[in-house]
Design a protein around this ligand. Structure first.
Ligand SMILES: NC(=O)c1ccc[n+]([C@@H]2O[C@H](COP(=O)([O-])OP(=O)(O)OC[C@H]3O[C@@H](n4cnc5c(N)ncnc54)[C@H](OP(=O)(O)O)[C@@H]3O)[C@@H](O)[C@H]2O)c1
Length: 326
C-alpha cells in the first residue's frame, strides 16, 4: 500500500487561493536521491512566478508539470536511495530544489543528494530554510557577477528583503563598505546586520547623491538604467536580480558594466554559506512563520513586496526560529 503525506498542491495556474492541502503519495528516493522529511521551507518571489503561469514555457504550457512548489527546504534525511554517498539517515540538511522540480511545500520530498548540504548544528531549521535561494543569489550577484573587492563601495537597493538582507552581510564578509537602501522602519535592522551607511528611500533618492559606487546590487528594479548608471563611479558595475529589458542589448554604458543576473543553484556556494552561518559571520533574518496550511496567506504577504528578510513555512514541529521583530 502506498503511504500518503500532506502537500500544498496546485493543478492550474492562478492566485495563491488555488493551493490546497491534500493527501498525495509519499515519494520514494531513486538512485542518487535522498528522502527529506521537511521541517521548514521558505516562500520566494519565484513561487509567485510559477504559480501565476508567467514561466509557463518552462513549467508547462497549459497546466503545471510539477504541482508542488517550494524551492528552499531544511529537514532531516528519512531514507536514502542507491549510491548515495554524502548523507545518512538522520542527517540534518538544507538545499535549493528550484533546479530539480521544487516540491518543498510538502511533508517529504525526494531530491538528488547533489543539491543538499549539511545543516550547521547552530542553525535552527527555519533559519536554514531561509538561506538557499536568496543567499546564493546574493553571493553570486556580489562576488561573481559584481566582482566585489575588499574596500570597495557597494550600494544595495532593497537591502531589507530576502536577497538584500543576505547581500548586506555577504558584502561585509567580502570586505566592502556597504550602503543599504531601505524604508524607514527597516533601517535599524539593516544597520544591525552590518550596513555602514543607510538611505531611507522615502526621504532620499540614492541615484541623485554624489557618492560614486563601485557596485550597485539591485533587488528592486525601480529606477531607470540611466539613473542607476549615474550613481556608479568610473569602471562601476551594476547587477540586478530583477529584469531590466534595456540591459539585454546594451551591457556596457560609458565604461560601466550593467547586467541582469540569474542565479544558479550551487552545492559549492551553499556549502560556503553554511560555513559562514556556522561561524556566525552571517545569519538569516526571518520576518514571519506560517504553518503549511497557511501557505496562500504567506504568499500573499510576500507579494506585497515589503517582507523584512524571509517568510518561512514550518512543516514539522522541531525547533523555533529567531524572528526579526522579536
Ligand atoms: N535573478 C535571480 O536569480 C533571482 C533570485 C532570487 C530573487 N530574485 C528576484 O529579486 C527580487 C527581490 O527578491 P527578494 O526575495 O529579496 O524579495 P523580497 O523579500 O520581497 O524583498 C523585497 C524588498 O524590496 C524592498 N523595497 C520595496 N520597494 C523599495 C524601494 N523603492 N527601494 C528600496 N527597497 C524597496 C522591500 O523593503 P521595504 O519594506 O523597506 O520597502 C523588501 O524588503 C525579486 O524580484 C525576485 O523575483 C531574482
Amino acid at each position: 500500500m502506498t503511504t500518503k503525506m500532506k502537500a500544498m498542491v496546485f493543478t492550474k495556474y492562478g492566485a495563491p487561493d488555488g493551493l490546497q492541502l491534500v493527501d498525495v503519495d509519499k515519494p520514494t528516493p531513486k538512485a542518487g536521491e535522498v528522502l527529506v522529511k521537511v521541517v521548514a521551507t521558505a516562500v520566494n518571489q519565484a513561487d509567485h512566478h510559477v504559480l501565476s503561469g508567467s514561466l509557463r514555457f518552462s513549467t508547462g504550457l497549459f497546466k503545471p508539470k510539477q504541482t508542488i512548489l517550494g524551492s528552499d527546504v531544511a529537514g532531516i534525511v528519512e531514507a536514502i536511495g542507491l549510491n548515495v554517498t554524502q548523507f545518512q539517515v538522520g542527517d540534518a540538511v538544507f538545499g535549493d530544489l528550484s533546479g530539480q522540480g521544487r516540491g518543498g511545500f510538502a511533508e517529504y520530498v525526494a531530491v538528488p543528494e547533489a543539491v543538499l548540504v549539511s545543516k550547521p548544528a547552530n542553525l535552527a531549521f527555519p533559519q536554514a530554510a531561509a538561506v538557499p535561494m536568496t543567499a546564493v543569489t546574493a553571493l553570486q550577484g556580489l562576488r561573481d557577477r559584481g566582482n566585489l573587492q575588499p574596500g570597495e563601495q557597494v550600494l544595495i537597493n532593497g537591502a531589507s528583503g530576502g536577497v538584500g538582507s543576505f547581500g548586506v552581510q555577504i558584502a561585509k564578509v567580502l570586505g566592502a563598505e556597504v550602503t543599504a537602501v531601505a524604508s524607514s522602519r527597516k533601517l535599524k535592522m539593516v544597520q544591525a546586520i552590518g550596513a555602514d551607511h543607510v538611505i531611507d528611500y522615502k526621504k532620499e533618492d540614492f541615484s541623485q547623491t554624489d557618492q560614486p559606487y563601485d557596485l550597485i546590487f539591485d533587488t528592486v528594479g525601480n529606477r531607470s538604467v540611466a539613473e542607476y548608471e549615474r550613481a556608479l563611479g568610473k569602471n562601476g558595475r551594476f547587477v540586478t536580480t530583477t529584469f531590466l529589458p534595456a540591459l539585454l542589448w546594451r551591457r556596457r554604458r560609458n565604461g560601466k558594466k550593467m547586467v541582469n543576473m540569474m542565479a544558479q543553484p550551487s552545492q559549492k556556494d551553499l556549502a560556503y554559506l553554511a560555513e559562514l552561518l556556522s561561524s556566525g559571520q552571517i545569519n538569516s533574518v526571518i520576518d514571519r512563520c506560517y504553518p503549511l496550511a497557511e501557505l496562500p496567506e504567506a504568499l500573499r504577504y510576500l507579494a506585497e513586496g515589503h517582507a523584512q528578510g524571509k517568510v518561512i513555512i514550518t512543516v514539522a514541529a522541531n525547533d523555533s526560529p529567531v524572528l526579526a521583530n522579536h
